[in-house]
Design a protein around this ligand. Structure first.
Ligand SMILES: [Zn+2]
Length: 64
């Protein structure tokens, strides 16, 4: 049984499995693009709080 998802960034088919390190993205590049867009939205409003990578981990979209 093979699950195939579409990369949210470019729409390319991604085989869902242990080898798909960047799932649901097809590549690290697509993941970075999406995360960049996400971060850009999140930080549209300037905040005094410094960016803390340890507390900004996004929820896994596949769990929602
Ligand atoms: Zn992609």
């Amino acid at each position: 049984m093979t699950t195939v998802v579409n990369c949210p960034t470019c729409g390319k088919k991604v085989v869902w499995g242990p080898q798909a390190r960047f799932r649901p993205f097809c590549s690290e590049r697509c993941k970075q693009i999406d995360m960049g867009a996400w971060a850009a939205e999140k930080y549209t409003i300037p905040s005094e709080a410094p960016e803390d990578p340890s507390s900004s981990a996004p929820l896994d979209p596949t769990e929602r």
